[in-house]
Design a binder for this molecule. Structure first.
Ligand code: NAD
Length: 786
């Protein structure tokens, strides 16, 4: 075994490095649990060898040296760290130490002494000090090494909930407020999405995002990051203003300083334990991340009596929750093939427990993500669980890369069917220009010839929200595909009783039932059918929009991408996906077989949706053509002047010059001088006319359906119909059904058990219908119920 001294020196050097990366660079290379393990090893060795303790040991100090890029701030009252407890037993020990100090009674009498504690969440962000002089924020600083911090005044001013002036009155003329600047989970996701978009470094966790944003030299950047502040104490004050910690925070609150809404006062250590349990249950549902809870002796005189040790107060303790991040090894990267052929890398990990759950796999999303992480097989990686989502690999520990590490490579051919794997292309069109770039997704070109895609396609096709074929589980589908009994959704309708009864888990009754369920699915609504086809990027909502707007499959099949963009919420990318899906010969064959041999009958209305029919304006169409330098205003002017597309196409530039400024007139002329552009525009117009649309002179949506433009919300349980059915009926009447109540909501349907949505609806004074009234309303609208 290594001599204690050598190990102590080794640990100190390593911890110093990590402290520097964490506190100064905001770029830790290991997760906190690993840091804590090293820290506790050092602490234990120092406890066994007290003569080896030195004042510069990380166990004796707070934070790290400060960044020289900022001016320095001296803390009149040091900013300390907190002692830690990882088990409930350690809280009892802490309580006992407190009791022994503040009420020095004989040992056997201690048990009867109760100490009042405050309980708060331990927010994971950056500790800051805010100095208010005569009620005005005059300085913001980081904790730094506890004695000297960095001046971040400009940055703290950008945190919206930090008051620049204190409210009310009665504050001390000098008041240093302390607390945590943090970022909420949603804000963190947004920051990282933005970082990816601009090709910048992604933050591994919300703490790094908050700390990194606060310690920015450019305060404009901090201002964009939706940071928040929560106070949990004070530093220097010109005069005392409270006897208890709880009372002090209430005063701060009165002066406009934000404090935690989870702050509680308990009468003894048992209260602390109950708070721990409660918060640990709430933890994943909170909008921000917490890494534990903090308990503080409430009485300030007692706090003074207890005092401090090297780096922490004796009157407070942090109870740490199990870490959401862990270290493990990346054993391999495998590739999974999804329904649309996307070939996705999945990390196979050495199993490791993260906050009580064993993790052996993690999603890697796509090859861009692998490249961004700089991931190699054999690497030690940090994995992170956030909420209930699938664990993620957030970082590679570079310094632990073994020499045998190998690169992650996308297979050239599909691991399931051996077809070619191709990188997808992203096509962006704007103002007449088309740019093609490489997408992050790779796809197997095998489509339904690929077993993996076929299985997923069938699983999707039969699913409840698609064709709703009961009795066909994933396992059965796998068996049907593996035994080559089906090669496309159309083959489902050709299955014979003798084939089904031979499948695992099937007997006479279940086989007959399945055949009947398959047969019963032959009259789907158009929307279900479109959704069931599994067109990339077309979810249930888009399928409904397609069905409602175009009214027939024939129109959906031939619709040009530009025409599809007239539909609500359909952008050009999705429009192209839809168009190329129906252009594909293989897909045409499957649809042909379903409607032909399989005798499927779609329940479509045949009519064009009123809203869609009304949306065609010549000006709108000219705008959609993306003519360089022509926006909606100029497009409308052209429409008003020329009246028809043909006239615009043929107009000479002098005519056009009467309507538009020279530059735009030239651009329009040059655009239509390209024969392809003119033909394309005329083809779009022709298609709209074929669909039965006419140019509207004004860009006004005709209120075709009775509930067009209205947003409804369903809440509570419905007894006469399922929520899905209620939603379908409302959508059929033209309403949008939303999951949340806002001032824009038109009506809320509230069944028994309705909770916060109903309360909010009442608060906002919205129209609320119970189920009976709702059914009555539907009947009035001529909608059948039941
Ligand atoms: P700490 O984070 O454990 O506790 C002290 C801090 O808690 C305070 O400074 C304050 O910022 C914060 N806090 C949140 N809520 C609070 C509340 N209600 N009351 C008081 N304080 C509250 O200690 P620390 O000294 O800031 O940092 C040590 C921690 O940082 C360790 O957990 C360690 O894992 C981590 N760390 C990690 C690395 C790494 O490389 N991964 C390196 C250094 C430190």
């Amino acid at each position: 075994m290594k001599a204690a001294e050598t190990r102590i020196l080794e640990l100190r050097a390593e911890l110093d490095q990590h402290n520097y990366r964490y506190h100064v660079l905001d770029e830790p290379s290991i997760p906190d649990v690993e840091y804590d393990r090293l820290f506790h090893e050092l602490k234990a060795l120092e406890a066994e060898n007290p003569h080896l303790v030195t004042p510069d040991s990380p166990t004796q100090r707070v934070g790290s040296a400060v960044l020289t890029a900022f001016s320095k701030v001296k803390h009149e009252v040091p900013m300390l760290s907190l002692g830690n407890a990882f088990e409930e037993a350690a809280l009892y020990e802490f309580n006992q130490r407190v009791v022994q100090t503040i009420s020095p009674l004989p040992n056997d009498l201690f048990s009867g002494v109760n100490v009042e504690y405050t309980c708060e969440p331990k927010l994971d962000g950056l500790a800051v000090s805010l100095l208010y002089v005569d009620g005005r924020l005059t300085r913001g600083a980081t904790r730094g090494n506890g004695t000297v911090g960095e001046d971040i005044t400009e940055n703290v001013r950008t945190v919206r909930n930090i008051p620049l002036r204190l409210m009310d009155g009665g504050w001390p003329s000098v008041l240093e407020v302390r607390g945590e600047v943090f970022i909420e989970k949603a804000g963190f996701e947004r920051v990282n999405a933005h970082q990816i978009e601009i090709g910048e470094k992604v933050f591994a966790n919300p703490r790094n995002a908050a700390a990194g944003s606060m310690r920015q030299l450019d305060s404009k950047i901090s201002g964009r990051r939706s940071l928040k502040f929560c106070s949990y104490g004070i530093g220097q004050v010109q005069r005392d203003f409270a006897d208890t910690y709880y009372g002090m925070l209430q005063k701060l609150k009165k002066w406009g300083v934000p404090i935690s809404n989870k702050l509680r006062l308990v009468s003894d250590v048992e209260g602390c334990i109950a708070y721990c349990r409660d918060m640990s249950e709430q933890r994943l549902d909170l909008p921000y991340e917490i890494d534990g809870v903090v308990f503080k002796v409430n009485n300030i005189a007692s706090q003074r009596e207890l005092g401090f040790r090297a780096r922490e107060p004796r009157w407070a303790i942090a109870y740490k929750f199990p870490a959401m991040e862990e270290l493990t090894e990346l054993l391999d990267v495998e590739f999974q093939v999804g329904r649309t052929g996307a070939v996705t890398p999945v990390a196979r990990l050495k199993p490791v427990k993260v906050a009580g759950v064993t993790v052996a796999n993690a999603t890697l999303h796509n090859m861009d993500e692998v490249a961004r992480l700089g991931l190699m097989i054999g690497d030690t990686v940090i994995i992170r669980r956030a909420g209930d989502v699938i664990p993620q690999v957030v970082q590679v520990v570079q310094e632990r890369r073994p020499t045998h590490a190998r690169a992650v490579e996308i297979p050239q051919t599909c691991p399931v069917c051996g077809s070619q794997v191709e990188r997808t292309q992203l096509i962006k069109r704007s103002k007449g220009k088309e740019t093609i770039s490489e997408g992050a997704v790779y796809r197997c070109v095998g489509r339904l010839a690929c077993g993996a895609q076929l299985k997923q396609a069938i699983i999707h096709y039969v699913s409840r929200r698609a064709m709703d074929i009961e009795g066909l589980g994933d396992k059965t589908i796998e068996q049907l595909v593996d035994e080559k009994l089906i090669g496309s959704p159309a083959d489902l309708y050709k299955l014979k009783y003798e084939q089904i009864i031979d499948l695992e888990g099937f007997a006479e009754i279940s086989s007959k039932k399945l055949l009947k369920a398959i047969d019963d699915s032959k009259q789907p609504t158009l929307a279900r059918f479109i959704y069931a086809l599994g067109i990339p990027d077309v979810g249930e909502e888009t399928a409904k929009v397609l069905a409602r707007s175009l009214g027939s499959l024939d129109r959906v099949i031939v619709a040009l991408p530009e025409v599809l963009t007239y539909l609500p919420d359909v952008g050009l990318e999705v429009a192209h996906e839809i168009h190329s899906f129906f252009e594909d010969e293989h897909n045409q064959n499957v649809i042909g077989a379903l409607l032909g041999e399989c005798q499927m009958e779609l329940q479509d209305t045949g009519d064009l949706g009123a809203e869609f029919a009304a949306s065609a304006t010549l000006g709108g169409m000219l705008d959609k053509l993306n003519i360089p330098s022509v926006g909606p205003g100029a497009a409308q002017k052209l429409a008003d002047k020329f009246g028809t597309l043909e006239a615009v196409v043929k107009a000479d530039w002098l005519d056009m010059r009467q309507t538009l400024p020279e530059k735009q007139a030239q651009a329009v002329r040059a655009f239509f001088d390209v024969a392809e552009h003119a033909q394309r525009a005329l083809a779009i117009e022709q298609q709209l006319k074929d669909f039965g649309m006419h140019w509207q002179s004004e860009k006004k949506v005709v209120e075709g359906l009775p509930l067009a433009g209205q947003t409804w919300v369903l809440t509570g349980s419905l007894e006469l119909m399922s929520r899905d059915v209620a939603k379908e009926k409302l959508e059929g009447l033209g309403a949008k059904v939303s999951g949340s109540v806002s001032a824009k909501t038109h009506t809320v349907v509230a069944g028994p058990g309705a909770g916060s949505k109903l309360t909010k609806a009442n608060e906002l004074g919205l129209k609320v219908l119970d189920e009976e009234a709702f059914v009555g309303f539907l009947k009035q609208q001529g909608v059948e119920v039941g």
